[in-house]
Design a binder for this molecule. Structure first.
Ligand code: IMP
Length: 171
């Protein structure tokens, strides 16, 4: 099955450079703790951290609240971080904020751990689907209500390897 390119590889990489500059400016001279939310954010994290010219402490959390194409409402932490984030500048990295449920629950979890600051960076946001409002400090692209795949995002575990973002199905 082939997919129309919705956001090209070049557009993604150009936006990542801009986001990295913003983060660099905001945390000049400081160390940051980057926490990628698995599985979807792995590719975004890998590209983003290579553009950020700051000392980075990296870890990943595996959490999901998603079954099929609908959010189920339950957050499951499959893998937690090893880093102690107390007093640290933490940036959570998500692939997409859809209803906002997953990231809100993850943010709550991190706030209990007393970081110095907690920011959210998401590659994509679907504002039309918002149920739980979340402040996105660094946003790649705002998109329409379409189910997207590629660049880390999957449908049923597939298509994560695509270097671009496509719309699932034949749109
Ligand atoms: P939320 O809790 O509804 O915000 O869902 C967020 C999670 O659902 C993301 O981290 C993705 O894993 C998944 N998700 C939401 N929309 C899409 C999509 O269009 N394509 C692939 N995964 C999605």
């Amino acid at each position: 099955m082939s997919h129309n390119i919705f956001i090209s590889k070049e557009k993604i990489q150009a936006r990542i450079k801009e986001l990295a500059l913003e983060i660099e400016r905001d945390f000049k001279g400081q160390e940051i703790v980057v926490i990628g939310v698995l599985n979807g954010a792995f590719m975004f994290v890998a590209d983003l951290i290579r553009e950020i010219n700051l000392p980075i402490n990296l870890d990943f959390i595996a959490a999901s609240s998603y079954v099929g194409t609908q959010s189920s409402g339950e957050l499951v932490i499959n893998k937690d971080i090893k880093i102690d984030v107390t007093g640290k500048n933490v940036i959570l990295i998500e692939d997409i904020v859809d209803t906002g449920l997953t990231i809100n629950k993850i943010k709550d979890l991190f706030l209990l751990r007393n970081p110095k600051s907690l920011k959210l960076c998401s590659l994509l946001h679907k504002p039309a689907r918002t149920v739980h409002h979340t402040e996105i400090d660094y946003l790649g692209f705002e998109i329409e209500d379409k189910f997207v795949i590629g660049y880390g995002l999957d449908f049923d575990g597939k298509f994560r390897e695509l270097p671009y973002i496509g719309v699932y199905g034949n749109e």
